[in-house]
Design a protein around this ligand. Structure first.
Ligand code: AMP
Ligand code: MG
Length: 413
């Protein structure tokens, strides 16, 4: 097992292990596909739009009839509503009433907005000439040509992409299956929220937090009540889960304390890939294979859980689903100077906001204890000091990742 590796090496190893697993695929209804990763390319099976249609409510006209002089009067041959396809014999001096999305009948090449025409009985007066031939006519295939590549395998299905798939007539879509994830918290001091707390005990805050982090990634995890610091109980529970789940996530028990049994357990019963990463918080993070599962052991301190989940677990979940467009960090300016000792890649809490010029700013939170979860709850981002950086000035640009919504600058707590 490699010990104390650089963060980027850890990230590479995590993605490599995720990519090495063969992701299976499933065809699911489009209505349930939000956030899923597309498993095949989608080419347009038909041109979009599939027929020439009007972009406004108005009158389909012949450009030649109105180009020379307006106002002019045209005879209304009939009506064409969206969804209908009546046929008209276009003659000079005539027009057809059309609604938005209605097919523009053969022989007419331009649409005049209803507001620029005055209808009296069978006749309509065009008050103002269209600015060009073809105005307000949507052409066949102007959004997509038939056969064009519209969506690529590996991309996340967001609302617009789901709309595109539906516009192509797809009712089901092939996506990569989501990894199944087992969550274990461990520690003799942990009680579940709702239970009575004895002296020396604390509530298990990481379990619901991890479930929420996984839910943000679209993953419904399975979790157990906290396990005791007992190597046999830990081994039995983890080895059982390792038969079933794609990924086992634990938190706690990975440091060098007398009750930190997981590094030894992984060495004896699995295959460690790395233990300890030059990052802060989260240094003792442990990664490897256990039974048929991948195993990621996050440290127990809640802010370490936040940082290591976002920086390592999420990219791992992305690679297991073959996601190619996972979240990328933003770049923001620091509001104040920061000096530090650590030589590790450091994830600090901060308030990220945008000023009236559109510039992103991050205001560092001075608290850095990895047990201080409240300081994370009043923050909305983690920003990065790289290994070699000892000092940063106000206005320096840093990498930053929002974990909550970015308010307008000044509104953040
Ligand atoms: P460990 O990594 O097990 O040494 O735990 C480091 C710190 O995190 C200790 O102060 C633990 O009490 C705390 N901790 C571990 N697991 C949890 C948890 N599930 N919820 C809240 N705090 C925890
Ligand atoms: Mg512990």
């Amino acid at each position: 097992m490699q010990t104390m590796i650089a963060f980027h090496e850890a990230l590479r190893l995590v993605k490599e292990a995720g990519n090495a697993r063969i992701a299976s695929t499933e065809r699911i209804p489009l209505a349930r596909a939000s956030g899923r990763v597309l498993a095949t390319d989608v080419h347009a099976p038909l041109p979009l739009p599939p027929h020439r249609n009007s972009s406004v409510d108005g009158f389909a006209i012949r450009w030649d009839d109105v180009a020379a002089s307006t106002p002019c009067s045209l005879r209304v041959l009939g009506e064409q509503f969206a969804g209908c396809s009546a046929s008209f014999v276009a003659q000079p001096g005539t027009c057809v009433l059309v609604t938005t999305g209605a097919g523009v009948p053969e022989g007419y090449d331009t649409v005049v907005m209803r507001e620029q025409a005055e209808r009296v009985g069978e006749h309509v007066t065009i008050l103002r000439a269209p600015s060009r031939q073809g105005e307000y006519v949507r052409c066949v295939g102007e959004d997509a040509r038939q056969g064009e590549l519209l969506l690529s395998a590996g991309s996340t299905l967001d609302a617009a992409r789901i709309g595109v798939a539906a516009a192509c007539g797809l009712d089901r879509i092939a996506v990569f299956t989501r990894p199944t994830v087992a969550v274990f918290t461990l520690g003799d001091e942990l009680r579940q929220p709702g239970e009575h707390l004895e002296p020396g005990q604390i509530y298990d805050s990481n379990r619901p937090m991890l479930q929420a982090l996984l839910a943000e990634c679209g993953i419904e995890s399975v979790s157990w009540p906290a396990l005791p610091d007992d190597p046999n109980r830990l081994r039995a529970a983890l080895m059982d889960a390792a038969e079933v789940f794609d990924l086992i996530l634990t938190c706690g028990g990975v440091s060098a304390g007398d009750k930190d049994f997981l590094p030894t357990l992984l060495r004896e019963s699995g295959r460690p890939i790395f233990w300890k990463v030059r990052m802060k918080p989260g240094m003792p993070v442990l990664f490897g294979e256990l039974g048929r599962s991948l195993y990621l052991g996050l440290p127990g301190n809640p802010v370490s859980v936040l940082a290591t989940f976002r920086q390592l677990a999420r990219p791992l979940l992305d690679s297991l689903q073959v996601r190619r467009d996972g979240a990328q960090p933003l770049r923001a300016k620091l509001t104040e100077a920061v000096i530090r000792q650590s030589g590790r890649r450091e994830y600090r809490r901060g308030a990220l906001g945008v000023d009236e010029n559109g510039q992103l700013w991050v205001k560092p939170n001075p608290i850095d204890g990895s047990h201080r979860l409240v300081a994370a709850a009043v923050s909305n981002a983690l920003w990065v000091m790289d290994e070699h950086e000892a000092e940063l000035q106000a206005g320096d640009v840093v990498s930053v990742e929002a974990f909550a919504s970015i308010d307008r600058w000044g509104n953040t707590p």
